[in-house]
Design a binder for this molecule. Sequence first.
Ligand SMILES: [Zn+2]
Length: 300
Amino acid sequence: MVSKPVYWLLGTLGSLLATPVYSLTIFACEPEWALLAKELAPQAKVIQATHAYQDPHYIEARPSLISAFRRADLAICTGAEMEIGWLPALQQRAGNARLRDGQPAMIYAADAVETIDKQETHFLQTGHIHAQGNPHFQLDPTRFVPVAALISQRLIALDPDNAANHLRQHRAWHSQWLDHIARWENSSQVLKGKRVVVQHSIFDYLIRFTAMEKVADLEPEPGVPPTISHLQKVQQQVSAAPPDGILRAWYQDEKSSQWLAKRIDRPVLDLPASPDPNQAQMSSLAGWFDLIFSRLHALN
Ligand SMILES: [Zn+2]
């Protein structure tokens, strides 16, 4: 006969076994990968290294980031040299053997996607290198599909005890995401052919997704801040056929876009190039894209 305490113990053990135990700590270089990590591994602890008001090209490898990186089991970064100014220093100082390049736990989203505009050496002098193509692909919802598949594969490999859960989570995410993409493709039909001025190549993927047209860049060269002479050139260039609007990322200085907006009497659309999960509307990736597309509709 089994005594009561043993029954109790068996019950507790049973419920422990039934609950998936995730002990993973995931370090995400940018907020979009932090959200994706949470959506694919809801039980994991996710550390978001940068926020939507920071330019992820230029971050400091500060002590709090180093210690977070040291403790992480897995890291998800953009790659394609987006973090070239700070991630190598972080990897070196943290000394986390799991998160060296080439290790399965060091995930670069760029490894899963095709980037656009690969520049060999053209912009090397400016210090802003996009040699592996434009790394701002987080603004293309379709490119999340292969990135999520890569993360899911790695989660399964690194956390095999929970393989079935990871697989189930990814399948559910995938089918929902395809529905969202179809919805966004539909709603952005009206944006087709809209002409926009940008600052830097941040919105290139979004412009492609929506079939808008980039008519000018406020930067004279990638990574080089706008100069007054270049702005005047842009103003001249667009004055005959003014664009529908100017796109600005939250982390960009608003001086240049406002300068042009005033002179050509066109609106500036402030867009979150990365989600801010502290705002309820952007607590999911889909919510973030919903916000971007709804703001773009102001171009109509
Ligand atoms: Zn860039």
